[in-house]
Structures are given as C-alpha cells and as structure tokens.
Design a protein around this ligand. Structure first.
Ligand code: ADP
Ligand code: MG
Length: 618
C-alpha cells in the first residue's frame, strides 16, 4: 500500500508522495528522485545545472544566495561567502582550529566546546543554518522541476560522521522545511545506486573510494540481509581535488617565473588562475595537453606532468585504503567490488591507482558526482514503500513514534523500514526546572497521537533542574529482527536513563493494520489542517513563554518603551491564541518575534538560543 498525501498547492490527493534523495556535499550538493519509469534521476531545474556548489553568499541586506551565483563572490567578497560549511557542521572551534587558515570568512572562537558560529555581515550563523540554506535551494529546485511540494528527504552523510554531525544534518533538513526520513551513509547510497545491497540474499564486501573537492574517504562495507555495516573508514578531510588545482597553480607560477607572493596578493588574478587550473585538470581527464594563456601567463600542462604533481596526494589516499583494510581485518582479495565516488575520481591517474591497489576494475559507470544522490533517491523510494520487491518480510508495517507538544505524533521509525533498525532523535524540555519527562510511544500513520495506537508510556525521572531547552534527551528506538522495540531515553547532561521493551505487533491483526492505514488516507486532509493549527499554537505558546521570561529576566537591558511595546505584542498573541486560527496566530507570533529579535541579539542568552532548537515534549 502506497503512502497518500495532499498536494497543498492544488488541494488534491496525491499518491506516492515523492521523497527526494539529497547529497549535501562539501563542494557540491544535488538532489535526485525516482522518476515515473522507476529509475533514479538527478534534478536539473530549468537547465540551471545538476550540481549546486555548496556556497552561501550573504549580500548587504543579509539575504542568502546559494550555488553558482554565490561562488562568484568568493573573490570579490570572501568575508561574506561561506564555502565548505560541511566541515564545520556539528563541530566546535577546537575541532577546526588547526585548519582555520582555509576559511576566508570569520569562524567565531568563543573559547568553549560549543558549536561554532560564522559571522557574515553583522550577523552570526550556525553551520546548521547555513546548510539549511543549501537544502532550501535544493528543495526549491526539486519543487520547481517536479511541480509538486517536496517535504520529505533522505540526506546522505560521510560514514565517519559522528552523532553530533548527523544530528546537525538532520536539524539543517528540518530548518529547511524537510522531514528527514533518514540520514544515510554516502558509501551505502553509492552502493545502492549500483544495485548492490538491494537483494536481501546477497552477501558482499565492498570498498567505496570517495575523492571529492576537499575531502577524501574510503569505506569498507559489509552487506548482508540487506543491511549495510561499515567495517572501517579512513581518509583525510583536508585532501581533495582542490589540492590538485593548487598544485597546478603553483606549477604555472613557477614555470612562468612569477613571484608567488605577488600573484597571491592579486585576488582576481589568483582566482582566474585557480579556475584555469581546475579547467586544466578536468580537461586532462580526457586529453593529453592543456594549453591556454591568461594575459602574459602561459597555462600549459601535459597530462604526464599533472600526474607527477599529484602523485604524492594520490599515494596518500592509497595508504588510507591500506589502513582501512587493515582495520577491517581484510585484504584486498576479500573485496568483491570497488566503487568510485566523487568528481576527482574522474582523473584517470586516480582510477588507475585504485585499480592497481585493489587488483580489480572499479565500478565507474555512474557519474561519480551524482552516484550518492541517486542512491539516496533509491533509499527514499524504499522508505516510501514503493519497492515491495525488496521489502517482503523484514519491514515494520506501521510507523513508530512518540507524542510531542500538542499531542502530535513524531515518527521515529517510519513504516516499511527494514528491520532490524535503529533510529533516534533529540528532544528537550519546554518548562524551566522540569525534572520529569513523560514519554508516550505510539504506532500508526495519523498526525495526532490520539488517533494512533498507544503502545507504552513511561517517565524519565530525575532530570536535574535546568532552564527549559537545556536538557538534551536522546530517545532511541531499536527494532530488532523479531519486531521487538526497545525504547531508550537518556538525558545526556546528567546521564539519567530509562528503557522499556515493547512488542508493537502484539495483538494486531492484518485487518487492523489495514484499517489503520486506510484511516490515515481518509483523514489525511483534516489531519494536515489540525497539525498545522497545533503546530502554530505550540509555536505561539512557546514564544509567549520565552518572551515573557525574557523581559522579566533582562529588564535591565531594555528601555521602558521596549518593555511596554513587547507587552502589547504579547497581549495580541495571547488574544490570537485564544480566539483565532492558524494564520493570525502565526502572524502575531511573527510580529512579536520580529520586534524582540534585536533585544535577543543584544542579550545573547545561551539558554534561550538553545530553547529555540529542538522539539519539546510537554
Ligand atoms: P564533494 O563530494 O566534496 O562535494 P564532488 O564529488 O562534487 O565534491 O567533487 C568535486 C571535485 O571534483 C572538484 O575538485 C572538481 O574539480 C573535481 N572534478 C569534477 N569534474 C572533474 C573531472 N572531469 N576531472 C577531474 N576532476 C573533476
Ligand atoms: Mg561527495
């Protein structure tokens, strides 16, 4: 049975809501979907190109410009042009300090372990917000090209990303208005694109070699029962095609007997040469000589010379492959397939080095800079339940989730997920000093928990009293191969923990499952309306709570008039909450938010900024 959704633009029912696959890359990002012929396809909206450079530029009005247009500001306005933000995602200043020289924009060092912020113009942005800008652009392109709202996505991350980096990616998706159905490892997506792992009886060990613009990683995966296990990863997050460009640039400077410092001081010349170097590198993937001129400067390069220039870097990637194999306790003979990922694997010298090392011809039929997005689209299709052929038995028939503010269902494991599966999300408190959190587990497809089936309820007790929004409660669902669900809640700051075991399918007949699914279709429209109203109310109430506490706590930073005016906005929002619909509530909330934003910036309170993040459980 396929998922049904409503096209909000046309009001019509829509079968098989499209879930897109997104490769959120360090250098380039792109989005793919499964086309009506059931094939994965990358989106090229209005011929703007498939790859969206992962660059965000903020103009003087603080508006974000993303992609190729933003890339043009790398030389003219480097301080406000953010590239490689993926390297900062889920990281603290300490994590990246060693490489701070590569960032031409301001990465704020607040001397703590907190996550980094980036300054552009007079504003500060988190890497999550910046990544969300890239995702918004991809979402918009997908919606424009497919002529349908796109609300759900699978987003890929490197296999070595830790929980905080994965969570940050998920949050970026949420901020961009996407329900992130799953975070998938890039090497897993790449193998899916090659059809590896789709057959549950298949058992394989594969190596995925990914050389992108600024990063390199190799992953060894074992595939068994349709489950991907990462045996080892290795690599260098500061090694990639950019290094090849730099090597060429340096070679030309030397060859033309130019003074490096003098060239480096000339931003425009430097950028022009850098772009020529990249063009030369790409050309040499298919020809033997590149020969052009920039003014008086000869940009000549033979393929053989290029290969000498990059030998040391390529050797480094091979050493990483060796180490990965060693960590996985394997030899190259154990590897069944080698997959090439990343634009830089188009360089024949790289391909050859990989082939030599593994003594095997690597898979390279699929465009290496599209393969991850294509695989993500396949994973999305699997999650949408459109691939019954590969999802016969080992799936969970109904979604599993917990109750969040306003009685809404927050799905943690979506229906048709293969089991065993593990998923989790982070929550926080909505009230200051809250020491208990009630966790109610539900099963079903409806937006309101009261329409779904309650499986269990328990209390996470003993959370130390903290301001609202500060506790970090991880809720993890583990569904084993027998369909038994373990729900674990843990408050990360204190370590308090609670766990229960449930059998979700217990007492559920096939007829009941079918009825629950049919109901979710029948009531989809009213569910959406109710959900939007409830979300607006929760948002409004949360804002009221925050604003009221804010003027209480920080009265000394505010003028008399500011306080009075804030109270007027607060009253207006209260009235809207009591008597009005979603639109008025959101409008009044927006007005209050806009009015108080400058104060909040004035009194950057850590607790409040954290409270803005994450969903709250009552
Ligand atoms: P990321 O995954 O880091 O976002 P990509 O996979 O998009 O990056 O790879 C980008 C890199 O691939 C850039 O360094 C680019 O110059 C390089 N690249 C793209 N096309 C070619 C080509 N034909 N030959 C060699 N390198 C290429
Ligand atoms: Mg990549």
């Amino acid at each position: 049975m396929a998922k049904i959704s409503i096209n909000l633009a046309t009001g019509s029912f829509q079968k098989e809501e499209i879930i897109v696959g997104i490769d959120l890359g360090t250098t380039n990002s792109l989005v793919a979907f499964i086309n009506p012929d059931k094939n994965p396809q990358v989106i090229n909206d209005a011929g703007k190109g498939i790859l969206v450079p992962s660059v965000v530029y903020f103009n003087s009005q603080n508006e974000a410009i993303v992609g190729n247009e933003a890339k043009e500001f790398l030389t003219t306005d480097p301080a406000n042009t953010i590239f490689s933000v993926k390297r900062l995602l889920g990281r603290s200043y300490k994590d990246v300090a060693e490489h701070k020289d590569i960032f031409s924009y301001k990465v704020i060092d607040d001397g703590t372990d907190a996550l980094v912020k980036i300054q552009a113009g007079d504003r500060f942005y988190t890497p999550i917000e910046l990544s969300a800008e890239i995702l918004k652009e991809l979402k918009a392109r997908a919606e424009h090209a497919l002529k349908t709202p796109v609300n759900r996505a699978v987003i890929t991350v490197p296999a070595y990303f830790n929980d905080s980096q994965r969570q940050a990616t998920r949050d970026a998706g949420k901020l961009a208005g996407l329900d992130v159905m799953r975070i998938v490892n890039e090497p897993t997506a790449a193998s899916l694109a090659y059809g590896i792992g789709l057959d549950p009886t298949e058992q394989k060990t594969i190596a995925v070699y990914d050389l992108g613009g600024g990063t390199f990683d190799v992953s060894i995966l074992q595939i068994q029962n349709g489950i991907f296990e990462v045996l080892a990863t290795n690599g260098n997050t500061y090694l990639g095609g950019d290094d090849f460009d730099r090597a060429i640039l340096n070679y030309w400077i030397e060859n033309n007997k130019l003074d490096f410092a003098a060239v480096a001081a000339d931003n425009i010349l430097m950028q022009t040469l850098r772009l020529k170097a990249e063009a030369a590198k790409k050309a040499l993937s298919t020809q033997n000589l590149y020969n052009e001129q920039v003014g008086e400067i000869w940009c000549t390069l033979y393929k053989q010379t290029f290969e000498q220039l990059i030998t040391a870097k390529v050797d480094e990637t091979i050493t990483a492959c060796k180490n990965a194999l060693k960590d996985a306790d394997l030899t190259s003979a154990d590897i069944d397939e080698v997959i090439l990922v990343g634009g830089s694997t188009r360089t024949p010298f790289v391909k050859q080095a990989v082939e030599n090392f593994f003594s095997k011809k690597p898979q390279d039929n699929i465009n290496p800079d599209e393969v991850v997005a294509l695989g993500a689209a396949i994973q999305a299709d699997v999650l949408a339940g459109n691939r019954s052929d590969i999802l016969l038995l080992d799936v969970t028939p109904l979604s599993l989730g917990i109750e969040t503010m306003g009685g809404l269902m927050d799905v943690i494991i979506s229906r048709n997920s293969k089991v065993p599966t593990k998923a989790g999300r982070q929550y926080t408190t909505s009230i200051d000093g809250q020491v208990n959190m009630k966790i109610s587990v539900y099963q079903g497809e409806r937006d309101l928990v009261k329409e779904n089936r309650k499986l269990a309820e328990f209390d996470l007790k003993g959370i130390p009293a903290m301001p609202a929004g500060l506790p970090k409660v991880d809720i993890n669902f583990l569904l084993n191969a027998d369909g038994i669900l373990t729900v674990q809640a843990i408050e990360l700051r204190s370590g308090v923990k609670q766990e229960i075991e449930i059998t979700p399918s217990y007492g559920l007949s096939d007829d009941t499952v079918e009825k629950m699914l049919l109901d979710s279709i029948e009531f989809a429209q009213s569910d959406v309306e109710q959900r939007m109203l409830i979300e607006a109310r929760s948002e409004g109430e949360q804002l009221l709570y925050t604003a009221e506490r804010f003027i209480e706590k920080h009265a000394e930073h505010l003028t008399e008039e500011e306080i009075t005016e804030t109270k007027v906005h607060i009253e207006a929002l209260k009235t809207a909450l009591a008597t009005q619909g979603k639109d008025t509530i959101l409008k009044k909330a927006d007005e209050l938010n806009e009015f108080t934003r400058p104060f909040a910036e004035r009194v950057m309170d850590a607790a409040i900024s954290t409270a803005m993040k994450g969903k709250k459980i009552e």
